[in-house]
Ligand binder design. Structure first.
Ligand code: COA
Length: 182
């Protein structure tokens, strides 16, 4: 069982160790950090730059053994009705075991039930298959939009935009319930 709580500066030392190479680092963070690798202090410095913003906050997933996942949330509109997830990551030794799915489910619950937003959005590079699969498995849908691309590691990387609407989440939950009852 995993749980979700606000991020603390002491989490950074674990999170930065989950990134195994620069390719993975850029898939995770795009161009948000200038240098690679980063250490825990750099991560905290970046998050500290938002300390006076009430529209950006990091979260940490944990289980009985400690920190297992991380993501940030930020409001993208003036009325705070849309939240965007970013920096989604799971401990590299625990990937493929459902932790990402569980963490995102908690984050979605938090967004709709506590923040009371209407929509959650996120961006993911098109070659990040495991992330796309994970986002789809919790109910995110690809949306058509003007293709955004980033110049990353001497290549052009295309970003897929995904979203989940409050109403969409209800339909998805009902479908899951229906399948369970079959
Ligand atoms: C993306 C990430 C958070 C997913 O977390 P995870 O714990 O590995 O994912 P889960 O085990 O919960 O898997 C959820 C779904 O994705 C699928 N999946 C996960 N990893 C996969 C892989 N490598 N290949 C294919 N499918 C994969 C699972 O099969 C599962 O689908 P299902 O419910 O249909 O069985 C994790 O891989 C990660 O930290 N990646 C590095 C950082 C990153 O790139 N983040 C994304 C930034 S946009």
């Amino acid at each position: 069982m995993i749980r979700l709580r606000p991020y603390k500066a002491c989490d950074a030392q674990y999170i930065v160790k989950w990134i195994r190479n620069e390719q993975e680092f850029r898939l995770w963070s795009a161009d948000r950090y200038n240098e690679f690798p980063i250490d825990g202090d750099k991560m905290n410095e970046y998050y500290d730059s938002f300390k006076d913003s009430d529209s950006f906050w990091p979260m940490t997933a944990f289980d009985k053994n400690g920190v297992v996942g991380h993501l940030i949330m930020r409001f993208t509109d003036k009325n705070k009705t849309v939240v965007r997830f970013g920096f989604v990551i799971v401990d590299n030794s625990l990937r493929g075991k459902g932790y990402g799915y569980e963490m995102l489910q908690l984050a979605i619950k938090y967004a709709f039930e506590i923040l009371k937003v209407n929509k959650i959005t996120l961006g993911v590079f098109e070659q990040n298959e495991s992330a796309i699969k994970c986002y789809k498995s919790v109910g995110f849908k690809e949306v058509l939009h003007e293709q955004k691309s980033y110049h990353m590691l001497n290549q052009e990387w295309n970003c897929i935009e995904m979203e989940m609407r409050g109403a969409q989440k209800k339909v998805y939950e009902n479908l899951i319930q229906l399948c369970k009852n079959l």
